[in-house]
Write a protein that binds this ligand. Structure first.
Ligand SMILES: [Zn+2]
Length: 135
C-alpha cells in the first residue's frame, strides 16, 4: 500500500509544473505580505485581498442593515459595516470600523417598527465587529 502511494505521489511530483518562484528569471507570484487576522474574510484566499507591493487590506465579513421599504430604484440597504485593517510593509495597521450609509428612508408606523427591530439586531452585529477590533 505504501509502495502504491509513493509511486502515485512520485508521478504527481514528476508531472507537476515547477512553481513560478523556482523558475529562474520568472516574475515571482503575487504575494500576500502580512498574515490575516482571524476575522479576515479572505484569510484562506490570499489573492482575494486588495494589496500592492507593500500593502495589504484585510476586511471582515460585511454586516448589513436592510432598508425595509426602499424607494423605486433605491438600494435595499441602509447601512453597511465591516472591520478593515490596512498593513503597510511589515507594519500591521490599526483595525477600523468602516460604516457606509446608502440611502434615505421614509417609513409608516409598521415600517418604523421593522426598522427599530432590524436596528437592534444590527447593533448586536456592530458589537461583534467591535470585538474583532481587539483581536
Ligand atoms: Zn486577510
Amino acid at each position: 500500500m505504501s509502495t502504491l502511494a509513493s509511486s502515485v505521489q512520485g508521478g504527481v511530483y514528476k508531472s507537476a509544473p515547477a512553481p513560478a518562484s523556482l523558475v529562474p528569471g520568472a516574475t515571482p507570484p503575487l504575494s500576500h505580505p502580512t498574515p490575516c487576522p482571524s476575522w479576515c474574510r479572505h484569510r484562506f484566499r490570499p489573492l482575494g485581498h486588495h494589496f500592492g507591493p507593500s500593502s495589504t487590506a484585510h476586511f471582515s465579513l460585511q454586516q448589513v442593515l436592510a432598508n425595509p421599504d426602499p424607494l423605486p430604484g433605491d438600494l435595499p440597504v441602509l447601512l453597511r459595516a465591516e472591520v478593515t485593517r490596512l498593513d503597510e510593509g511589515g507594519e500591521l495597521g490599526e483595525p477600523v470600523m468602516f460604516v457606509q450609509g446608502e440611502t434615505d428612508i421614509e417609513l409608516d408606523a409598521a415600517g418604523a417598527d421593522m426598522l427599530i427591530a432590524d436596528m437592534e439586531a444590527f447593533v448586536a452585529k456592530l458589537r461583534v465587529l467591535r470585538g474583532q477590533m481587539d483581536v
